[in-house]
Design a protein around this ligand. Structure first.
Ligand code: C2E
Ligand code: CA
Ligand code: CA
Ligand code: CA
Length: 275
């Protein structure tokens, strides 16, 4: 639908009926895909920018649909939330990720993303604990990423959720920082372990220009709050170099590698003697 050719009106005037049919197909495809194990974890490297060493991976879900090919989470997560299967889907993915990560060097951490819908489940922390025990995964290797939009929810409930996760030894990060509306006082009152600066701020950085002001400010603030930082969306060497001068932090992005399936991660780790 990007190219505006002769055919564009066909696209816009596609009968509603077709859209509905496609949506229904997606919904039933997602339900069937969960049952058939078509949802799989991919992993993106996380680097310590001080040492340039690999320190862990973020799990990013993919739908390997026999019909549609590899589908990204921006398509299926919102639908899974709407049709009430996000909890089940997420638990399956996390269970698989625990099994994958158990094969890695035990220093390497595993980050997972959690939907705001799951944050509304009063049993969420319990469910995470159950999974950790069932798969014998060390809690301190797990980092749960909560997006800033979760802070619009009942803040008391969010706080007690974070607290019970941390009491189990799990780390909790604030994801997509800077894209929402969290206030400084909210940030100070919630016991996060880490801030992840959203990639929209990182992609603004250029070595040859001087527009580091925004990221500088976030770094200064995180120093003040004593919260370590991860910068996401590092796409090239220049940005990597700029960030290295801004203080101690972790980084991730296409510069280090695309998200890749478990088997590729094992190859990478075996080459680096990190198995
Ligand atoms: P996110 O947590 O902000 O994850 C980073 C996204 O940026 C990923 O997209 C990743 O592939 C992409 N990315 C990484 N490095 C770069 C880069 O250098 N440049 C650019 N342009 N993009 C980069 P992806 O995998 O499509 O995931 C999109 C979002 O879906 C994630 O955003 C996360 O919020 C959500 N998500 C992924 N897996 C899950 C899951 O299992 N559960 C839930 N609830 N959400 C998930
Ligand atoms: Ca994330
Ligand atoms: Ca982000
Ligand atoms: Ca996100």
């Amino acid at each position: 639908a990007k190219k505006q050719g002769k055919n564009r009106f066909y696209w816009f005037e596609a009968p509603m009926e077709n859209e509905l049919r496609f949506r229904n197909k997606l919904e039933s495809g997602i339900r069937a895909g969960i049952a058939n194990g078509e949802f799989v974890p991919y992993y993106e490297q996380q680097i310590d920018l001080e040492t340039d060493k690999l320190v862990g991976f973020e799990m990013l879900a993919r739908w390997e649909s026999p019909e549609l090919g590899v589908v990204g989470p921006d398509i299926f997560i919102p639908i899974a939330e709407e049709i009430g299967v996000i909890g089940e889907l997420s638990e399956k993915l996390i269970a698989q990720a625990f099994e994958d990560a158990k094969q890695w060097d035990h220093q390497l951490t595993l980050s997972v993303n959690i939907s705001p819908v799951q944050m509304r489940d009063p049993w969420f922390a319990q469910k995470v604990l159950k999974l950790l025990v069932k798969h014998r995964f060390p809690p301190h290797r797990l980092d749960i990423e909560i997006t800033e939009t979760c802070l619009h929810e009942n803040i008391g409930m969010v706080r007690s959720m974070i607290t019970s996760l941390r009491n189990q030894g799990v780390h909790v990060s604030l994801d997509d920082f800077g894209t929402g509306y969290s206030s400084l006082s909210q940030l100070r009152s919630l016991p996060f372990d880490r801030l992840k600066i959203d990639r929209t701020f990182i992609s603004e950085l250029r070595a040859d220009e001087n527009n580091t002001a925004l990221v500088d400010a976030i770094v200064a603030m995180s120093d003040g709050l004593k919260l370590p930082i991860t910068a996401e969306g590092i796409e090239n060497e220049a940005i990597h170099e700029v960030l290295k001068t801004m203080g101690r932090m972790k980084g991730q992005g296409y510069h280090y590698g695309r998200p890749e399936p478990a088997a590729k991660v094992l190859e990478r780790l075996s080459a680096q003697e990190l198995l």
